[in-house]
Ligand binder design. Structure first.
Ligand code: MN
Length: 503
């Protein structure tokens, strides 16, 4: 998976020449100390690089230009230790194309009551300097995160860390390529959308490829390579007795291994960060890819079934956000319900393609008929998902914009064994409950496909939506359907007008 330490955020402190060289030297020293502390904070997954204090319009503009062209820089954290008159930031902000976080902090935690004098007051001015800084960003409609508090506090560092994860996912999307084998599942609406709009606004491209090109890659897989991967399957997963004694087991596993190796070769050759397939276009493939998709997702690839390119890209982004955290991330589908007077539950699964990063314990390798698509019985990994908090997220094209819908959920222990269910699954109670969450989700037009994660937080997705300038609607413990519907109506007006305000 991605190493987020390859990315940098730049720590930028604003000031002005009015204070004189002595104060500015102190400002620089204090800022460097804060940047260094953030750089080594376990809560912050990327490098934090101190940049020389900016004091003039020219310096701000040059810094923003450098940030735009730096491949490693994924965003700026700004702070005004002293007062930094904000008209000097205008030309820089007009150019800036990287995400912004405004850290509203102070080098000193406390007021030194007995010792405070005008020198201290002159130096520690973020309380008003950062307000001037915030005004110009609001005036210019610069999307940003605002984090308030003492820079050594865990809460502050965690908020910055969440933003860094979102900024890394955003950087990863810029220029990313996603591949579609075949088109959509026929007649399905929610998996469609404007790919040109996605490329303009979100930075990634989506292009289709004939499944025959994949079939050719699968055909080129060598016998020894397929055998070696089958050995890896046998070593990595439990094989239940019913599967172990299947006739044709060896051939099924070899077919699955060939598909995985062929897919890997195709994706590597094209530089793709994720892919979609559809069971309605498998011509020349012996089985619908199951274990192959599962293992590719575990390696960080995005995936969407039935041609769902938006969910594919979202799963990839969530994989980047989650990098290095405990808890997995997967493509998911709300599959079937358990209505209960006390607490209704959702059984989430898919025909095959759930990522084993969310497995509780060692997955079982199983082979069963699919019951759809008319192909050979596909090999898949079967497992439960550990209990705990998670999020489900869905990105939609609602015609004039993209909408990110998020539902916080609680994964519960599997209430009873599921001996006949041949797919990986998670069982959760949505917040605030299934009845309200599903009503809100349906009013919001949320897809049946989602990115599901036990590592990604709502805060990261909010930061991501802010960076991407995408509408976000959150269903959590406080949601009620009436207010949620009103929020969606308000957003219709806001997003219809917002473009005009941006300039
Ligand atoms: Mn599906």
């Amino acid at each position: 998976m991605l190493n987020l330490k390859a990315f940098e955020v730049w720590f930028v402190t604003g000031s002005q020449h009015l204070y004189g060289p002595e104060t500015l030297k102190q400002v620089a020293a204090n800022s460097a100390q804060i940047a260094a502390a953030l750089d080594v904070s376990p809560a912050i997954p990327v490098r934090v690089i101190f940049k020389p204090v900016v004091k003039t319009p020219q310096e701000v503009m040059e810094l923003c230009q450098q940030a735009n062209t730096s491949a490693d820089c994924i965003g700026l954290i700004t702070w005004c230790h002293t007062f930094s008159p904000s008209k000097m930031w205008i030309n820089g902000f007009k150019l800036l194309r990287k995400p912004m976080a405004h850290l509203h902090t102070q080098h000193n935690r406390e007021i030194p009551w007995g010792a405070i004098d005008m020198d201290f007051m002159n130096l520690n001015q973020a309380a008003h300097g950062d307000r001037e800084h915030g005004f110009i960003m609001s005036r210019m409609r610069v999307s940003r995160k605002v984090v308030v508090g003492f820079w050594q506090d865990q809460r502050v560092q965690q908020q910055l860390g969440a933003w860094c994860r979102a900024a890394a996912a955003w950087q990863d999307w810029q220029g990313a390529k996603f591949c579609r084998f075949g088109d959509n599942m026929r007649e399905v609406a929610v998996t469609e959308g404007d790919k040109v709009a996605a490329q303009i606004q979100l930075g990634y491209s989506v292009n289709g490829f004939g499944v025959g090109d994949l079939v050719q890659c699968v055909g080129e897989v060598g016998e020894a390579d397929a055998d070696a991967l089958v050995d890896e399957y046998r070593a990595s997963y439990r094989i239940p007795a019913a599967t172990a004694k299947r006739s044709g087991l060896r051939q099924s596993l070899q077919e699955a291994a060939r598909i995985e190796l062929g897919l890997r070769a195709f994706l590597a050759h094209g530089g793709f960060k994720g892919f979609t397939d559809t069971f309605e276009d498998l011509h020349g493939l012996p089985q619908l890819p199951g274990i192959a998709v599962q293992r590719l997702m575990a390696d960080g690839f995005g995936f969407g079934a039935e041609g769902d390119w938006k969910t594919c890209a979202l799963v990839r982004a969530m994989k980047v956000m989650a990098s290095g955290l405990s808890g997995g991330t997967s493509f998911m589908e709300d599959y079937t319900y358990h209505f209960d007077a006390d607490r209704s539950l959702v059984l989430g699964a898919h025909m095959l393609e759930i990522c084993p990063s969310i497995a509780a314990g060692k997955p079982a390798l199983e082979i069963h008929p699919l019951g759809i698509g008319g192909k050979a019985d596909p090999v898949r990994l079967v497992f439960d998902t550990p209990p705990g908090p998670a999020v489900n997220a869905s990105i939609l094209d609602v015609g004039n914009r993209f909408r990110l819908l998020v539902n916080e959920v609680e994964v519960v222990p599997v209430p009873r064994p599921l001996p006949k269910l041949p797919v990986a699954r998670a069982i959760w109670a949505p917040q605030p409950n299934l009845e309200i969450a599903a009503a809100a989700w349906i009013h919001g037009g949320g897809a049946h496909h989602t990115g599901f994660s036990q590592a990604v937080t709502t805060e990261m997705l909010e930061d991501f939506a802010t960076i991407a300038n995408v509408e976000i609607a959150i269903i959590d413990a406080k949601t009620n359907v009436r207010d949620f519907q009103q929020q969606l109506r308000n957003n219709e007006v806001y997003y219809a007008l917002a473009r005009g305000w941006a300039s």
